[in-house]
Design a protein. Structure first.
Length: 68
């Protein structure tokens, strides 16, 4: 996405399985490369947090960083 990915729009580089198709490639955006998984973002399965938790966290981050 040459001009960046708008908030709320699915990244065109995600496969049907939600894997990044340009992971490890130089054209991968710096933001994506710098986003490191951690418990705050991914949740803790031991207390019932799941993939849905992580997706909600990322959606909120996307909304909070949406340009005005």
């Amino acid at each position: 996405m040459p001009n960046g990915k708008p908030a709320g729009i699915r990244c065109i580089q995600l496969s049907d399985e939600n894997n990044c198709m340009i992971f490890g490639h130089p054209e991968r955006p710096a933001f994506c490369a710098g986003l490191q998984p951690n418990e705050e973002m991914c949740g803790n399965e031991a207390i019932g947090q799941s993939r849905e938790y992580a997706m909600a966290w990322l959606s909120e981050l996307e909304e909070l960083t949406r340009p005005l």
